[in-house]
Design a protein around this ligand. Sequence first.
Ligand code: NAP
Length: 310
Amino acid sequence: MNASPYTLAIAGVGKIARDQHLPAIAANPGFALVASASRNAQVEGVSNFTDIDAMLAAVSGLDAVSLCAPPQVRYAQARSALLAGKHVMLEKPPGASVTEVEWLRELARAQGRTLFATWHSRYASAVEPAREWLATRTISAVHVRWKEDVRRWHPGQQWIWEPGGLGVFDPGINALSIVTRMLPREVLLRGATLHVPADCSTPIAAELDCIDTDGVGVRVEFDWRHGPVEQWEIDVQTTDGLLALSEGGKRLSIAGENVELAPEREYPALYERFHWLIAHGAEDVDVRPLRLVADAFLLGRHVEVEPFGR
Ligand code: NAP
């Protein structure tokens, strides 16, 4: 580990920053949080700014920035940070469009800085054991069900319903990040149905019809009108039995047997990875989950459903 910690700032201090990022940073001796940029929130014990550009100009010796605001402002904030010579970690989704993320990757390379486009769900305990088991299996079908109550998980958030906010793909992209990591072959989207409330710009539910590169069906169902118990499940049928990932990757069973998993530590693992990437002059930018979402918006049939009442 680096002898002295990397100095870090966080931008967009809201739900995920408080729930996950700040505790994970505090527990990681490889980072020292020194500043925050958020229009309305402050972090105790660091220099606080209401604007990321003001922060970048004022804080000398800052190594890295972690961006936790909604995706619509991700590109502008990341661009400023990279141009200021900082390493950058992006919450998911890494941008509001695929092109934004690709441009950021090029900019990071030109600046000689690390860009880490995080997919926190890939660090759920079940994902790597599932990936290893599936690597040598014959898969016959995949079924993804990612369903939850939007009023419970996104109370009062307006950005999810605006263009770039992704709607139900905001949690759904977590499932796609697992699928693109866990399955041994690439996934192609062939069609989609997007259910868009009359008073919103983004879908509240979606069904995706995909295949892998061997033609195996991958059926995906996302729904934000579900509850009270969340359904975050991926079933993979194989000739050696069913692999069932559930609870967002906290549980795994294979052919009816529960697999013992390591304790949950998605965000601590993300910061360990960010530290490693910086120390090794490396990048980690995988746009495949976002590209599948973009393809769903390109190929999807839009169906208007009853207003959400935002
Ligand atoms: P949030 O609380 O609504 O937003 C985070 C903060 O970003 C807000 O408190 C706000 O702070 C700032 N912000 C909002 N709109 C902004 C704008 N237009 N310009 C600049 N700053 C703005 O959202 P969140 O739930 O933390 O989600 C943020 C990101 O994390 C999303 O991409 C989401 O997909 C991802 N994420 C969320 C969760 C979760 O459980 N919530 C889990 C994993 C990942 P100020 O008003 O102080 O500027």
